[in-house]
Ligand binder design. Structure first.
Ligand SMILES: [Fe+2]
Length: 330
């Protein structure tokens, strides 16, 4: 593989499949700080204060899991070119390229990665008016951390196929990947099975970040872990469990990468670097359990033949049964 299939501009939105859809819609809109853009009986599209039509789609499901990750590309021609490149690489396109019927519109395509996660490339979506940045509410989604059974294979796929760059490693346990100047939009965590580790929402400043934590505290919700500040990425963190047990994070101040100057480094996994403020302490077993989630076959459940068709797809046995707790997340 030489040319990536597209030039990704940004992480746009995330779809989560959730066992507690109505409760989670209430949580994310009444407490977390998102707003409903559209809603159907078993799905809701929620926005932040930024211009994205929606940043989170919640879809009712029998098991928690990742619905899809959507990245912004520049033009429909980029989507069409990506479809041609995927075909050359032997990676099946699940939907598109073409106009998207979902809320938010646009022109896009969907395909699955080597662990069955659905990736969407989108352009020309509806924008919404920005809401201003006074309130302590998220601007949008800024990164997703994914548990993987093979971190080297995951990094190879996202760098070669999607053109992402590795900003940093945390030993051989986590890899932080960027698609723009943000230090990471995706990070992988070596784990016992494939699942979502957490979704992070950008607060405009440390003050917004702390006020957001305060608002949750007044609703009787305390962080699973945090507040603190990570070494890799330099971002603040405070992790919470949503009503389905999926982990969401308030963060601010992510490091900005100058492509001409950035040197990727391997961070040691020591408490002073996991939390440079020293305020959070180590993550509890409960935090690790929430971040491990349950094994998520993703698109491989709906399309079992995909695993045989995607070059380098992981074996079914490697996905695991979801009974062990993934260890070592920071
Ligand atoms: Fe995070």
């Amino acid at each position: 593989m030489n040319e990536p299939i597209a030039r990704l501009r940004a992480l746009r939105s995330v779809e989560l499949r959730t066992v507690a859809c109505p409760e989670s819609v209430d949580f994310y809109t009444e407490i977390w700080g998102l707003r409903t853009v559209e809603q159907d009986h078993d799905v809701a599209w929620l926005r932040g204060s930024g211009a994205q039509h929606h940043v989170l789609q919640l879809t009712a499901a029998e098991r928690n899991g990742l619905g899809r990750i959507s990245f912004a590309v520049s033009t429909p021609a980029d989507v069409d070119a990506a479809a041609r490149r995927l075909e050359q690489l032997g990676i099946p396109v699940l939907e598109g390229p073409g106009p998207v019927a979902d809320a938010g519109g646009g022109y896009g395509l969907r395909f699955a990665d080597i662990e069955g996660r659905v990736i969407e490339l989108l352009t020309g979506t509806y924008a919404v008016a920005e809401l201003g940045r006074h309130d302590a509410v998220p601007v949008g989604v800024t990164h997703v951390v994914l548990n993987t059974v093979d971190i080297d294979a995951a990094v190879a796929f996202y760098t070669s196929v999607l053109g992402m760059r590795v900003s940093d490693w945390s030993e051989h346990q986590m890899a932080f990947l960027r698609c723009n100047s943000d230090h990471h939009s995706i990070a992988f965590n070596q784990a016992g099975w494939t699942s979502v580790n957490h979704v992070a929402y950008e607060m405009p400043s440390v003050d917004h970040f702390m006020r957001g934590i305060g608002r949750l505290r007044h609703s009787g919700i305390t962080p699973l872990w945090g507040p603190g500040r990570h070494g890799p990425g330099d971002n603040t963190f405070s992790y919470f469990a949503d009503p389905a047990g999926l982990v969401c994070e308030y963060t601010s101040g992510i490091a900005q990468v100058d492509e001409d100057r950035w040197l990727c480094r391997v961070w040691r996994r020591i408490p002073e670097l996991s939390d440079t403020w020293g305020t959070a302490g180590p993550p509890s077993p409960q935090t690790r359990t929430h971040m491990a989630g349950i094994a998520d076959p993703g698109a491989f459940e709906r399309f079992p033949e995909l695993r045989e068709r995607i070059p380098g797809a992981v074996e079914a046995s490697e996905i695991g049964a979801g009974v062990r707790v993934a260890a070592g997340k920071y």
